[in-house]
Design a protein around this ligand. Structure first.
Ligand code: 5BU
Length: 264
């Protein structure tokens, strides 16, 4: 199916190459699922790409939680992700001043060299987006920033007035790919979508087919409800990687998210 037909206004109002790349991958895979690949070994990570790669559109990493991380293994992992037609999203939640965030994109993990997307808080001001964009430019690559406008965890401090300011500043910036919204609360997502409009994407963690409370304050909403409320990508971790049959579960999340997009 053509991306424009499926995504409607979200496609026509958004000319950012990375955003369109995502919308096209989602159509090829018929999935709005980003896998939160929170496994602690390289073998566990490779296994995930192999078993669920066909049902997901993007892969979210926490590069600093892998016990046996090496640059060589990581570079093979990223190559496997690309081969599986996945965008690579490092959920680093940068928050420092622009110049330091730029340097943190280099360093041991060299996030600028392999990430297509990263997350950032706007707590330090909008220059963080320029710092992250400069880091990708430093190595001749392009990427997009997802700003945390909401979070899924209970008691978080990203209150409506803060969310509104993040959206107002982020909407106007071409380096901003989109916003993180709270996938566990469709009513909050509807408000976020109203504020964002169609020009930027909203990606949502806190999604599980088993709705309710998770570990340590995590909260979960249903993928269908998140997409109907305005999410463009459901970020799913344990719902897939801890399942008895991750392949089957990934396909179920893909179907729920894709059907909801087609209904929307
Ligand atoms: P889970 O296993 O589906 O709960 O994993 C959720 C993932 O999304 C995990 O990697 C978190 O770091 C990430 N996350 C989140 O849960 N909530 C948020 O508000 C943000 C990220 Br931002």
């Amino acid at each position: 199916m053509q991306a424009e037909e499926v995504w409607g206004q979200r496609w026509t109002m958004n000319t950012l190459p990375m955003a369109r790349a995502y919308m096209e991958v989602a159509c090829r895979k018929q999935s709005l699922v980003c896998l939160a690949a929170d496994r602690s070994t390289m073998a566990g990570l490779f296994d995930l790409i192999e078993t669920v790669g066909a049902s997901i559109a993007a892969l979210k990493t926490h590069v600093d939680l892998v016990d046996d991380w090496t640059p060589e293994a990581w570079s093979k992992f990223c190559a496997a992700a690309k081969k599986a037609d996945l965008l690579i999203f490092e959920d680093r939640k940068f928050a420092d001043i622009g110049g330091i965030s730029r340097k943190q994109m280099a360093g041991v993990y060299n996030i600028r060299g392999w990430s297509d997307l990263v997350t950032a808080h706007l707590i330090s001001g909008p220059d963080i987006v320029d710092g992250l964009q400069a880091a990708w430019s430093d190595v001749g690559r392009e990427g997009g920033v997802l700003l945390l406008a909401q979070m899924s965890s209970r008691g978080n401090l990203l209150e409506p007035a803060y969310t509104a300011k993040v959206v107002a500043k982020g909407k106007a910036h071409s380096g901003v790919f989109g916003f993180i919204g709270n996938g566990s609360r469709p009513d909050e997502l509807v408000l976020l979508r109203d504020a964002v409009g169609d020009g930027k994407l909203i990606w949502t963690p806190g999604v599980n087919l088993a709705v309710g409370d998770g570990e340590m304050g995590q909260r979960y909403g249903h993928p269908r409800d998140a997409v109907l409320a305005g999410s463009d990508c459901v970020i799913v971790g344990s719902g897939i990687h801890k399942a008895d049959n991750p392949g089957e579960q990934a396909a179920a999340y893909a179907k729920a998210s894709w059907d909801a997009l087609c209904n929307r």
